[in-house]
Design a protein around this ligand. Structure first.
Ligand code: C2G
Length: 449
């Protein structure tokens, strides 16, 4: 008996999938179909599938071609399955030509011609599940957002706005966006959602304007400089049924959820100390070095440090002390925010002109979690104990620059109107604004304005 195996997500099951399975079955006598889990698709950077796994399995089953259906949930599983099920042929569509040649060592590999002009992405567009995104601010981060958004199903960047018309035009040309408009209201008409990546002091106004126009908003950190304004904006979003999300990338990386779970499940005992550092040496003349009012170490990177602290210890700390080392124009080149909780001290360190190790250490009564630099872009972490030989290593891969997970979360939130937020809540984001407000008050006193 000739055994054939194939894999896929089979999201929004269509004719291309049907034909592939039919031809796969015809290659042998017995067909095994591996359907991917959501977790596996996230790890391989295929984000925002529409159908849940049970629906996708049912759809494969309904074709009648599969003699057996299995679930694919990790890298390297194909080799295991081929050996375990003693398969003669591995097959997949021609969009993968060459990618699975390494399986020839285990069985015959056949690439079947992909059915043209049909794909899950096209269907998503037809049924209107694509979120049209407009980027505000076409500076350093916008190109990265654009590139990574192309990996998120259901997200499409359609326009970019910048009051500096030349910069917007250049961005439009480079990325060949379908629409170019220099009028802000017309720009808003073209989109369902906004990504705000403009200078820090303009964030809140753009968010407000977007929400007023009925758009969902993903805003770069810091969204506001005051607690009240953060509250006002989140309240406004809620009352209008819109999604508002602060873009602190680390919160959405696959590894971060694992770090939090490990820290909370008792592995390291009671958490007594958290130290989270983020530093970068700014380029000469850059915003981080020169904009002494709205930039500097803490405004640029402080949110990263506060993230694991608020996620693990909550936002009701007893006290916070903020101290800075100042550079030219009294801009902070290094800032530490020390939070005191009952039984725990936590420090967020931010450097823009001072280089620190960019680690995250969560210390407990039984052991500690070490996330090596750069912790905000980690794909692994360690749990360590008194015995230096006892080290538990955890891995959680991510694809690309890690941005796509944040974009994916934004799109999921927009689509899932009832979904509970948990990766970065409005409450945590507001709490960060409260600390930033305190920092800004101290800055004003120091800078004498
Ligand atoms: N397919 C096709 N014609 C289309 C679309 C898809 O023949 N128009 C094929 C794909 O090449 C694949 C199968 O249908 O063999 C399932 O496609 P997807 O659901 O997109 O799954 P994919 O991401 O290709 O996963 O481990 C997973 C596998 O690597 C393939």
């Amino acid at each position: 008996m000739k055994k054939v195996i194939t894999y896929g997500s089979f999201d929004l099951f269509h004719e291309g999938h049907y034909k592939l399975l039919k031809r796969a079955k015809a290659l042998g006598d017995y067909l095994i179909v591996g359907v991917t889990t959501e977790h596996f698709d996230t790890m391989r950077g295929k984000l925002n599938l529409v159908d849940p796994i049970m629906t996708r399995i049912e759809n494969v089953k309904a074709t009648g071609f599969a003699d057996e259906i299995i679930v694919e949930d990790h890298d390297g599983q194909k080799i295991e399955d081929i050996q375990k099920y003693d398969c003669d042929i591995f097959t997949v569509g021609s969009d993968w030509t060459g990618k699975f040649d390494y399986l020839n060592a285990y069985c015959k590999v056949v690439y079947l011609e992909r059915t043209p002009d049909i794909s899950s992405s096209l269907i998503r567009r037809e049924i209107g599940t694509v979120v049209r995104i407009g980027i505000i601010g076409t500076g350093r981060v916008a190109p990265r957002f654009f590139e990574e958004s192309s990996y998120v199903s259901g997200a499409e960047v359609v326009a970019a706005y910048n009051p500096d018309v030349e910069s917007a035009k250049e961005f439009n040309d480079t990325y060949q966006l379908p629409t170019y408009v220099d009028d802000f209201d017309t720009f808003l008409d073209k989109v369902d959602a906004l990504y705000v990546a403009s200078p820090n002091e303009t964030h809140a106004d753009y968010v407000r304007k977007g929400l007023e126009a009925g758009k969902h908003v993903l805003c770069e950190k810091p969204m506001t400089f005051t607690y009240d304004e953060a509250k006002e904006l989140y309240d406004m979003a809620k009352s209008k049924g819109l999604k508002l999300m602060e873009g602190i990338r680390a919160a959405y990386l696959p590894v971060f959820q694992q770090i939090l779970s490990t820290a909370k499940d008792g592995t390291i005992g009671k958490i007594c100390s958290i130290e989270a550092c983020f530093s970068r040496l700014p380029q000469i003349g850059s915003r981080e070095q020169c904009d002494y009012k709205y930039s500097g170490a803490f405004l640029e990177y402080g949110s990263y440090g506060m993230l694991p602290i608020f996620k693990l210890l909550g936002v009701d700390y007893n006290d916070v002390e903020i101290d800075s080392i100042l550079g030219e124009n009294k801009i902070d080149i290094y800032t530490e925010a020390r939070f005191k909780y009952d039984g725990c001290i936590a420090t967020a360190k931010a450097g823009a002109g001072v280089k620190t190790e960019g680690h995250l250490i969560i210390s407990g009564t039984k052991g500690y979690i070490l996330v090596s630099s750069p912790w905000w872009l980690a794909d692994s972490f360690e749990v360590r104990y008194e015995d230096p030989n006892r080290i538990e290593r955890h891995r959680a891969e991510f694809q690309g620059g890690g941005f796509r997970y944040e974009i994916s979360e934004f799109i999921s939130k927009i689509k899932d109107t009832n979904g509970k937020e948990y990766k970065l809540t409005a409450g945590e984001s507001r709490a960060m604004a409260r600390v930033i407000e305190k920092f800004m008050e101290q800055r004003k006193q120091i800078q004498g304005e």
